[in-house]
Design a protein around this ligand. Structure first.
Ligand code: BT5
Length: 232
């Protein structure tokens, strides 16, 4: 299985994740869906994801052996490596964002049906801007010129394929890299999960993907999920 050996290209779609879930039962593993724009791009908890022309909006259909929330890091690491190929320094904001230049440049959304398929969706701001999101930034804004979108996709697929292999075979190695690439460690964070909120210092990303936070001397493990994280 190679990620991207089959690519479905759409000019416009509601959401590449939604589309991928519709076709997942009938396509080979590693199939990629990429769209020029999304009319209903989504983040977690049905937050909306701005997906105008010029960005990279894509999903890959996978059939992992078991449900593993760490799949999200395959996407985040692949984005960081791709950006580095274009001279853009970035880092992971646990759990599912990639930040560059102090702003959010990409988001990862994993979904799926246990035992059947998983969809790994990535939104990366390339030649688009997101004027309605003050915290968003794009490659074009950072590089100061347009970036060849097709090359970005090519590099992203290459890195996704590599990291997916590591995730499958040596997840602890992948987590070591996540730890290295996460910029929030050592910083004060506010973690919001449903009605719960905690404030503390982010200490570590554990091998199971959770975040270790020091809350006034008490160590708390925050499990990956629909967690929002604010920095101070
Ligand atoms: C995410 O959610 O960051 C996951 C985004 C995944 C998008 C991809 S695009 C391809 C695939 N198909 C889909 O429909 N989705 C995936 P979350 O952590 O919940 O963050 C969402 C928040 O990010 C929003 O509430 C906005 O504040 C902000 N946001 C929206 N659009 C953005 C953009 N283009 N760039 C940066 N931030 C954005």
């Amino acid at each position: 299985m190679k990620i991207g050996s089959k690519i479905i290209r759409l000019e416009e779609v509601d959401s590449t994740n939604e589309y991928s879930m519709r076709i997942a039962p009938e396509v080979p593993e590693g199939t990629v869906v990429v769209a020029g724009r999304q009319t209903a791009g989504k983040g977690r908890k049905n937050r909306s994801w701005a997906s105008p022309e010029g960005g990279l909006w894509m999903s890959v259909i996978l059939r992992p052996r078991r449900v593993d929330p760490r799949l999200v890091f395959v996407g985040a690491l692949a984005v960081v490596d791709t950006l580095s190929d274009f001279g853009v320094a970035s880092a992971i904001k646990w759990p599912n964002d990639v930040w560059a230049g102090g702003k959010k440049i990409a988001g990862v959304l994993t979904e799926g049906k246990a035992g059947q398929y998983a969809v790994l969706g990535i939104g990366l701001n390339v030649n688009n801007t997101v004027p309605e999101e003050p915290e968003a930034i794009s490659m074009m804004e950072l590089v100061g010129a347009k970036v060849p979108l097709e090359k970005v996709l090519e590099r992203l697929l290459f890195h996704l394929d590599g990291w997916y292999r590591v995730f499958t075979e040596r997840p602890e190695l992948m987590m070591a890299k996540v730890r290295e690439r996460t910029f929030i460690l050592g910083r004060m964070v506010r973690v919001i999960q449903d009605d719960n909120e905690l404030i503390g210092r982010a200490l570590d990303v554990l091998d199971d993907g959770s975040l270790l936070v020091d809350v006034s001397g008490q160590l708390k493990r925050v499990v990956y999920g629909d967690v929002s994280l604010r920095l101070f």
